[in-house]
Design a protein around this ligand. Structure first.
Ligand code: G4P
Length: 540
């Protein structure tokens, strides 16, 4: 395989966490280690400006910010590490979920005082569905938090897999003494301070004491060290040993403790990403005749999949950036690209990569890397992109999920003359995945479906700003959707006749059942046992 060495040194991951657990801080420290940014506080500053934009409708500004920060590439040791941002306001959108389809591992950040919080839980579900390996970082050990053993218990329950501690804390809060590296059998002593220099070229800024000198450590940290020793002994008996294949199969999670803001325990995580997290794996394509074929990441031909489409800075141009996760081969600058779905050749005006937080013209990219190109249409979420000369028989990647919306609103025009613009706007915003659009089969107002409330506001704003359409959104009786299939034509007919007033077609003309409550769904399911209700639709 020609590109095997490049593939082997790639790591692509995302951080999953609840707001305020410390994702931004940790991201910044990871970038600092890699030398990708030199000024501490720059990621933070950007987040602050995002918050300062309390008027969420200043979408143009935000878009610029989020495009730039959505992919970060860094070099650490001999690895190329791609960190994908999971947009994580209080509000959720499907984008967040789909980003997770483009990574090979996830780093879960947990606030030591709060444990596993709701938003993390939802992201965990998505990782679990795909068996994405998860590394866990328990943050804010410099603050009074929960007992570490109790936290491990909770993480195990929530993740449904055993925890394997790789580091272990000595004390906590004001008495936080540091972490014991269980593999290296040494303790890293805690020193507060965000700007400690300990990058890969520089000397380690923290004091390290081998466990062989346990007496010294006992003398320095007293009861806290002894408690840690006790816990470590307990865990040695109770927790499974770390097993690489179990981690890669998402059957156990290695756990690290530290304090992001103090740049403490972060290097252990970064080293684990290099040493433990898997390089890009083979992905599957479905060929035209329905055959499922595995594409090795180091294969010759370039291919990738569009996992995110985002409107560009200038709304009047309506150009968008398609984010492609490279799945195989090598992309080289100037290469012609083709959309497998339509067979059309793309002539992107620019193809960019995301080194540190600048967008730069891409020279080359390999499996695991993300490239972005501007498009004026013709590219959809889930599209397979290949080298222009690749045969159409290459097939298409499967598996980009569309999640059943949980919130619905009706959309109507203030000015009926603009219905063409409304349709065009909804179609394009739907293609971007900004919202899901449903047409009730019995007619009536179109419905918008979303995962997070903010999506509605963004769409309403963008319809006005970009398409000149004043849309009125209204309350709607639906609270969920399920895509429906049925092998038995008669049973399906009975169902569609009975449920007609609750059926709608989505943008891909797939039939969905709109439900008014979970109870409604249960009842309908009982009445129509042969109909299958899917909470997820995979892009085909
Ligand atoms: P997020 O991206 O997950 O939302 O979290 P972010 O990094 O912004 O961190 C949320 C808050 O937690 C910040 O405080 C940050 O400084 C703090 N924090 C992050 N890591 C640690 C840690 O290891 N220990 C402690 N004690 N705090 C930590 P803030 O008050 O919102 O911002 P700031 O004014 O302190 O910067």
């Amino acid at each position: 395989m020609p590109h095997a060495p490049e593939v082997r040194r790639r790591r692509t991951f995302a951080i999953i966490s609840h707001p305020d657990a410390g994702k931004t801080t940790l991201t910044e420290k990871l970038l600092l280690f890699s030398g990708a940014i030199h000024i501490a506080g720059s990621v933070k500053a950007r987040k602050a400006s995002r918050h300062a934009t309390s008027d969420w409708m200043e979408i143009e500004k935000q878009r610029g910010i989020s495009v730039a920060s959505s992919v970060m590439q860094m070099l650490y040791r001999d690895c190329v590490i791609n960190l994908l941002d999971t947009p994580g306001h209080k509000d959720f959108s499907e984008d967040t979920y789909r980003v997770l389809t483009a990574v090979d591992a996830a780093l879960m950040v947990i606030d030591a005082a709060n444990g596993v919080e709701p938003q993390t839980r939802r992201l965990i579900e998505v990782c679990r569905q795909r068996d994405t390996p998860i590394l866990t970082f328990v943050n804010k050990m410099d603050r009074e938090g929960r007992d570490p053993l109790e936290l491990l218990d909770e993480i195990e329950q929530e993740l449904g897999m055993p925890c394997v501690p790789m580091t272990w804390p000595v004390g906590q809060g004001k008495a936080f003494g540091g972490i014991v590296d269980l593999r290296k059998q040494q303790m890293r002593l805690f020193k507060a301070g965000a700007d400690k220099r300990s990058d890969q070229d520089g000397a380690d800024a923290d004091e390290i004491v081998p466990l062989a000198q346990a007496d010294t450590l006992r003398a320095r940290f007293g009861q806290d060290f002894e408690t840690a020793e006790g816990s470590i002994e307990l865990l040695a008996g109770a927790a499974p040993a770390y097993a690489q294949d179990a981690f890669e199969a998402a059957k156990q999670t290695p756990v690290f403790f530290g304090s992001g803001v103090n740049n403490f325990g972060v290097q252990e995580v970064l080293d684990a990403l290099v040493d433990l997290a898997p390089p890009p794996a083979a992905r599957h394509v479905t060929q035209a005749d329905g055959r499922d074929v595995e594409v090795p990441p180091a294969a010759e031909g370039f291919s990738g999949v569009v996992f995110k489409v985002q409107a560009n800075m200038d709304p009047s141009h309506r150009d968008r950036i398609a984010f492609v996760r490279v799945n195989s081969g090598r992309y080289a600058s100037g290469m012609k690209l083709r959309v497998q779905r339509s067979g059309k050749e793309l002539r992107p005006t620019s193809v960019v990569t995301f080194l540190s937080q600048r967008r730069e013209a891409v020279e080359e990219a390999y499996a695991g890397d993300i490239i972005g190109f501007t498009t004026h249409g013709g590219v959809q979420l889930g599209d397979t992109i290949t080298h222009g000369e690749a045969p159409a028989s290459f097939g298409t990647y499967t598996g980009l999920p569309f999640f059943a919306p949980e919130l619905f609103q009706t959309v109507e025009l203030a000015n009926p003359m603009k219905s063409k613009q409304l349709m065009q706007g909804l179609l394009q915003l739907g293609e971007e995945g900004a919202i899901q659009v449903f047409r009730p089969t019995v007619g009536g107002a179109m419905l918008l479906g979303a995962i997070g409330q903010l999506q509605f506001e963004v769409v309403q704003h963008r319809l006005k700003a970009e398409y000149g359409v004043e849309a009125r959104l209204g309350a709607c009786r639906f609270h969920g959707a399920r895509w429906v299939t049925c092998d038995d034509a008669a049973a399906m007919r009975k169902f569609t006749d009975e449920a007609a007033s609750k059926l709608a077609l989505d943008a891909a003309d797939t039939l969905a059942y709109l439900m008014t409550s979970p109870y409604d769904l249960r009842l309908t399911q009982e009445r129509h046992p042969k109909v299958v209700f899917h909470p997820l639709r995979e892009h085909a």
